[in-house]
Ligand binder design. Sequence first.
Ligand code: CMC
Length: 429
Amino acid sequence: MVNNKATLKVAGKQIDLNILKGTLGPDVIDVSSLVKNDYFTYDPGFLSTAACESKITFIDGDKGILLYRGYPIDQLAMKSNFVEVCYLLLNGELPNQIQYDEFCKAINRHTMVHEQMRNFFNGFRRDAHPMAVMVGVVGALSAFYHDTLDIKNPEHRVVSAFRLIAKMPTIAAMCHKYSVGQPFMPPQNHMSYAENFLHMMFSTPCEETKPNPILVRALDQILTLHADHEQNASTSTVRLAGSTGANPFACISAGIAALWGPAHGGANEAALNMLHEIGDSSRIPKYIARAKDPNDPFRLMGFGHRVYKNYDPRAKVMRKTCYEVLEAVGAHDNPLFKIAMELEKIALEDSYFVERKLYPNVDFYSGITLSAIGIPINMFTVIFALARTIGWIAHWNEMISSPYRLSRPRQLYTGSVERDYVSINQRSE
Ligand code: CMC
């Protein structure tokens, strides 16, 4: 909605720009007409740029607010479940009982992967990072399910969404089983989404494990808390890839690749690796000093956030769940978790962290929780990808279902001006 106009005066010219008003959040100056006046905007890291219009998720980083389709994240994490949240993100409203049951049935219909995909796994080294395998296997879904790749067909888009939501846990667990050399476990459709994932991770053909309901609930919460986060790096990657008309499996694979980095989804893995590296409480001061040293690139992983300059509302929920899980598995005396709790205390009290608002983020607590559940560290980012898949699909679908343009940013060029080619024998040494 156009609210008002801003006026930009540049080189004696006056350019009128529309100011757009959302339902929540700061007003947005529409700079799309600047190009007609021979100007680009410059905003490295997109700190001041709204790249699209969206109705899915709202974040107020200063107030520590996160809403999925208007519902506060803590209410969803405490009262809903991940599958219901998937329905909400995809469709915009919470389902009634009939809609929920049909949605669950539709997801369950797609939990298995094509038998041929087993062979695909065999092409990877056993010691490959599971995220490397995820990028490849999820991208390869387009080679197995090309019957629903017409992105202009809403029914194809729905089936692709169901396939992705349903198959991600199966593929993620297969990545783990492949790396430890155990047989793949088929999905069990009578189990809940989170329970089924833990079953595929930890059961073997010789032994069925019955996961502790506290751990199942904790994993379901982790999935809910990571389900979407508006236009973060991986979601923006999915939108950018999607704007070219690429198929959904290729776009989600691009999102997985973007998520892998330690500044984004890789933070939970990096946080746990850091705890192992610290190794003993006596070494904490050394690491805190390194984190504060402006000449040392070391950062405390799992602390700080680009958007939340107040406490991350997801971390608030996750902290409580983390403590419950540590209690349930009897791990509160584990030296690694003791280091984590000491770091948390320091970050909440030390002026360096307090002044910069570097609170423990959701990945600090989810990493500790996943570790206590028994999930290997290299699977943490895979679980983040599994959770975020619904957010990626919801954003991709939102973009494709409304008018959109190819995303093609411009640049501030600071390289050489035009010059003539010089033959190699005429170049100076
Ligand atoms: N440890 C120590 N100092 C830090 C940290 C940290 N984790 N994060 C920021 N700082 C300092 C930084 O050095 C700077 O100090 P100064 O003002 O003296 O130069 C100040 O805090 C502001 O930092 P910034 O780099 O401008 O902040 P940013 O918004 O660009 O960075 C971040 C956000 C998440 C990349 C960063 O906090 C970080 O690297 N954290 C560790 C990685 C991490 O946990 N990432 C997961 C984020 S949550 C998952 C998700 O949503 O994807």
